[in-house]
Write a protein that binds this ligand. Structure first.
Ligand SMILES: NC(=O)c1ccc[n+]([C@@H]2O[C@H](COP(=O)([O-])OP(=O)(O)OC[C@H]3O[C@@H](n4cnc5c(N)ncnc54)[C@H](O)[C@@H]3O)[C@@H](O)[C@H]2O)c1
Length: 286
């Protein structure tokens, strides 16, 4: 018997990275999957997003685990698209018990700058809320909502930079913090119905978002065109444990715990999977 046997999980941003890993891990433990992803690039995001082929690969990997999956190209910024994709999934798979709202973009140095701000807020904050709120009418007692924020949201360095210098980068921290607050309030209001809501805060995670030019530049601002090799040693700064990043599967294990009945009385939790990164930052700033 799998740890989420018979449940159905709705996952945004499921074509690659952490979203794909969550889909595969939850399927391994018995869940069917409703997957959505944008599957195209955005002008203000300076690295490629997932492709339709990536989403097909997630489908293949979930089916390989013997579970069912519906996969639709949909934009979390558009509540109507999210509702339609979810309705399709529920029509095919019968229900939804788990929501993993985790599609996200990093908008550092995105241009035009205030469009980058809007895209990040619309994707990381409004998009997560769209996914959760599309699911709310379908959730019953025992359901679990998980939103992905970021350990960076709990640290202040994104906030204290020069005003107006990098609205896309600033929006990332703002959106993740606001999402954390949203889930806090949601958890309180859903508790009497035995529905839970929690936030996972990953540190650096080894996905295409981290392994991207804008991220290399933000970790090595001293270099003009930093490469992966230049950035790798700098990645360690985010964690207290001696690792440059964690693998997506580490985040998936936290998501699986929060999705399963093992955590039935865990709600409103801000769960850091950050190899001690927050502790390290906190120690420097108190
Ligand atoms: N990688 C890290 O270091 C890190 C650290 C902390 C938090 N996070 C967060 O983890 C989450 C997953 O990111 P990842 O690391 O897997 O990156 P990723 O870029 O590999 O995956 C993000 C996915 O979201 C999809 N997406 C983007 N905009 C979308 C939209 N409007 N509608 C639907 N799908 C959309 C992308 O196509 C992509 O498949 C994000 O919310 C990110 O902010 C990442």
């Amino acid at each position: 018997m799998g740890r989420v046997e018979g449940k159905v999980a709705f996952i945004t941003g499921a074509a690659r990275g952490q979203g794909r890993s969550h889909a595969v891990r939850l399927a391994e433990e018995g869940a069917d999957i409703i997957a959505i992803d944008l599957c195209r690039d955005l002008e203000t995001v300076n690295y490629p997003l997932a492709t339709p082929e990536d989403l097909k690969e997630t489908v293949r990997l979930v089916e390989e685990k013997g579970r069912r999956i519906t996969a639709v190209q949909a934009d979390v910024r558009d509540a109507g698209q999210v509702r339609d994709a979810l309705a399709r999934g529920i029509a095919e798979l019968g229900r939804v018990d788990i929501v993993v709202a985790q599609a996200g973009i990093a908008g550092m140095k995105g241009s035009p700058p205030m469009q980058a701000w809007s895209d990040v807020v619309d994707t990381n904050l409004v998009g997560s809320i769209n996914a959760i709120q599309a699911a709310l009418p379908h959730l019953e007692a025992g359901a679990s909502i998980i939103a992905t924020a970021s350990a960076a949201a709990l640290m202040a360095h994104g906030i204290v930079q020069e005003p107006g210098k990098d609205p896309g980068g600033h929006a990332y921290v703002f959106a993740k913090r606001a999402l954390s607050q949203y889930v806090h309030s949601l958890a309180l209001n859903l508790a009497p119905r035995n529905i839970r809501a929690n936030v996972v805060h990953p540190t650096n995670c080894n996905t295409p978002m981290l392994q991207s030019e804008p991220m290399y530049r933000s970790f090595r601002p001293d270099l003009e065109n930093p490469t992966r090799e230049d950035a790798e040693p700098a990645f360690y700064v985010q964690q207290a444990m001696p690792v440059p990043y964690v693998e997506p599967e580490e985040i998936s294990n936290a998501v699986l715990f929060l999705a399963s009945d093992e955590s039935r009385f865990v709600t409103g939790m801000q769960l850091r999977v950050d190899a001690g990164g927050y502790l390290k930052w906190h120690d420097f700033h108190v």
